[in-house]
Design a protein. Structure first.
Length: 134
């Protein structure tokens, strides 16, 4: 498969996430709206899974990368869960250092669920796009 350039949609999503996050930090939306991190985790999971899928299947770095439904979903989950867990570990460390305790475990589980859901949306999008063309 010929290498494809980095998808513009993923670049637009990254810029949108960065802009919304900048406003959220400036206006304290994460603290004023307790639910605000939910769409951010969803969007972040979708972006990370999208980048993982592009890197694995379309970047040209791998010569044998079978593009089938199972591989798409596995790689999307590897990206979304892997980075989601790393982010939650980072949050736990920062919380312990700044407030002296870790965030609620249910909050962490909820964050990971929305990372996974975002990753699933990326996987389904690629799968539909790939098999619609055939």
């Amino acid at each position: 498969m010929q290498p494809r350039p980095f998808p513009a949609l993923l670049l637009v999503l990254l810029v949108a996430i960065a802009i919304v996050n900048a406003f959220a930090e400036y206006y304290h939306w994460y603290w004023l709206m307790r639910w605000f991190d939910i769409p951010m985790h969803f969007a972040g999971g979708a972006w990370v899974a999208g980048v993982t899928l592009w890197w694995r299947f379309f970047s040209g770095r791998f010569t044998t990368a079978p593009l089938n439904k199972k591989a798409i979903f596995v790689w999307a989950m590897i990206g979304a869960i892997g980075i989601g867990l790393a982010w939650e570990a980072y949050e736990a460390i920062i919380s312990c250092l700044t407030v002296g305790r870790m965030n609620d475990v249910l909050d962490t589980i909820g964050d990971l669920i929305f990372d996974i859901l975002g990753g699933l949306v990326s996987a389904v999008t690629l799968w539909v796009y790939t098999y619609k063309k055939q």
